[in-house]
Design a protein around this ligand. Sequence first.
Ligand code: ZN
Length: 325
Amino acid sequence: MMNWEAHACLPLHPQADFSPLDSLRAAGVNYVSVNVGMDMNPVAQILSVLAAFRARLAAHPDRFRLMSSVAEIQAAAAAGVLAVGFDLEGAMPLLEQPDMVALYRDLGVRQIHFAYNRNNSVADGCHDVERGLTPLGRRLVEAVNQAGMLMDCSHTGRRCSLDIMAASSQPVIFSHANPLALVEHGRNITDEQIRACAATGGVVCVSGVSAFLGTRTPTADDVARHAAYVAELVGVQHVGIGLDISFRQDELNDNPPGDYDPGYWWPQAAGYKHAIERMTYTPVETWQLLSEALQKLGLSTDEGALVMGHNMLRVAGQVWQRRLP
Ligand SMILES: [Zn+2]
């Protein structure tokens, strides 16, 4: 068994409470990709969070392991320890510098997407004007491939995501994205994007976010329904789970300094009718209910295991081992 949580968010604060990680471990999660920054976060904040998270994970080897390979994830799972990797949401922290990719990789960042809802100099966001992948973006896809980092297309514009998947020499994932055919929302992805992802050998990990599942109080059954749709469309070997639970802690202010405008990054016109703060997420316990929920929809136990982690284990194993200096 291998339960792979492709994306989760702690407050972007050096002192963020790690108890949500213990909750994930208790719910049976073996690996979690933890966000360490988005396009709106200054690099100084991201580095501060990376330094603190790395040190604090290392200080608790009985609970966590900052891993650098699939073999280490399997060893951690056998030991009952939660394996942790980091991800970036957006290319702005790369400072338009391809060699920043390998630096972040060396700090534990294992997956990245290039835009966070809005356009930048590299890629398009899913809630902005479509332009396609820029020439700088093409160089950065190559840098991600060479660094052995997972190329993610969540939050990315449709045409731009198709450009990225065509340009990548390695499988590409959506770490947290849901099918548009089931719920009409600009953050959800078309059948064409899902097919293109599968064609790279990649995995679409469905989220547990209320707005993207089209329900106010999302459950394991909702997540399973979206996973089953992707399985039906492109095959069960291309489906994963990235619940995207945002573990907010009110006592910590994780907003970046400066003129941060939530209405820019989560535009009301794009379907964020309620402020992002009002979004709800499937509970951590979803992990304990997913296998049965998938079986109710006709997936076998083995197929459920692929969805819950073995597909991402396969793809990560393929991509991460390529790392070049
Ligand atoms: Zn996200």
